[in-house]
Design a protein around this ligand. Structure first.
Ligand code: UDP
Length: 328
């Protein structure tokens, strides 16, 4: 049985990856320190012999007994509100955490896939973003702690690949959504859906002309799975190229949820990228991958999930300080 370590296992993407590798017949070790993760996302796996959970912070030495075939490094805060609340941990998990996992991969002869991000492109001057674009990042802005940690993560991963001949893979993940997103992570989809469920107005930041391209989680997981098993070691974009302005997206959510509330406008957070759309030619060509789930279907499934959350969960998220996002 192949053995895989997944860091950030209790998070949104990490937990879906655990499910997928269990389904594929792997022995899965899920690791998390639960700073932003939630055990609820993986509690259904605890009864399985194929699954083990290690509560551990990967920024300190990582020990796993026995053999290890693969490592997926998905531990990291991943929303702009989190970077502001826990900036040092964000830097450390991308930098020190990645270093520890590279060391572990080298020791075990395992293949390591790291979760990079479209944020390495910053506020892009090239559209859509191809893997060859070097990016436009503000190193000292509020997002810098995430963007630069992820850029460093790519550098150190390639250094281990070239210097130690380590087998590595780099996925650049574009905005991804689906069940198990944290309702209070401040990202636009849980924010709008939470607002609709609480009967609040939908807060669009700026004039809403900025764009994003949203990928359903099942498509994302399929792309990551294929990339891990491929023999390509340079970065690959995985995301859905179907781009939409945030203003139009708010209207879509109003229709989907049937809320009678309206859109209200707030300040645009600092360094908020104006446009984002992946060029997925590489993923298509190398992995035979492209997204299959349209926004309507994906958003419906996601809303169904948020509807199952308790009133308490909803209330707890009602008083987010969105002004936080504008702190310099
Ligand atoms: N956004 C918004 N209202 C919200 C939360 C986010 O208009 O309540 C905007 C945000 O300014 C950004 C886009 O939605 O332009 C996506 O934000 P998110 O935090 O989901 O992801 P990222 O900016 O990292 O792509």
């Amino acid at each position: 049985m192949k053995k895989i370590l997944i860091t950030g296992a209790a998070g949104f993407l990490g937990s879906h990856l655990c499910d997928r590798f269990i389904k594929e017949g792997y022995h899965v070790i899920g690791m998390d320190n639960l700073i932003t993760g939630d055990l609820k996302n993986i509690e259904h796996l605890f009864k399985l012999e194929q699954f083990e959970y290690y509560h551990h912070d990967v920024t300190t030495f990582v020990h796993v007994p026995g053999k290890l075939d693969y490592i997926l490094h998905f531990a990291s805060p991943a929303s702009p509100i989190d970077y502001l609340k826990i900036p040092i941990q964000t830097l450390k998990v991308g930098a020190l955490g990645t270093h520890n996992l590279l060391g572990l991969a080298k020791e075990k002869g395992a293949r390591l896939l790291i979760a990079s991000t479209s944020e390495v492109y910053g506020d892009p001057l090239v559209h859509p973003q191809t893997e060859e674009y070097y990016g436009n990042v503000n190193t000292i802005g509020p997002r810098g702690v995430y963007d630069e940690a992820k850029r460093f993560q790519e550098s150190i991963t390639m250094a281990y690949n070239r210097f130690h001949s380590l087998e590595t893979r780099i996925v650049r993940i574009f905005n991804t959504y689906g069940p198990r997103m944290r309702l209070n992570d401040g990202r636009v989809i849980p924010a709008f859906m939470g607002q609709a469920l609480r009967g609040e107005d939908l807060t669009v930041f700026g004039d809403g002309s900025q764009t994003r391209s949203f990928c359903y989680v099942d498509d994302q997981v399929e792309g990551i799975y294929r990339l891990l098993l491929s023999d390509y070691d340079l970065p690959v974009n995985i995301g859905n190229p179907h781009e939409i302005t945030i203003r139009d997206f708010a209207e879509e959510i109003i229709k989907l949820t049937g809320t009678t509330q309206k859109v209200i406008y707030k300040d645009l957070p600092k360094d908020d990228p104006m446009q984002r759309q992946p060029d997925i030619s590489k993923a298509k060509e190398l992995l035979g991958w492209e997204p299959k789930v349209g926004r309507e279907e994906g958003m419906r499934k996601t809303f169904e999930y948020f509807k199952t959350l308790s009133q308490e969960d909803l209330k707890r998220t009602a008083h987010r300080d969105f002004a936080d996002r504008n702190r310099k």
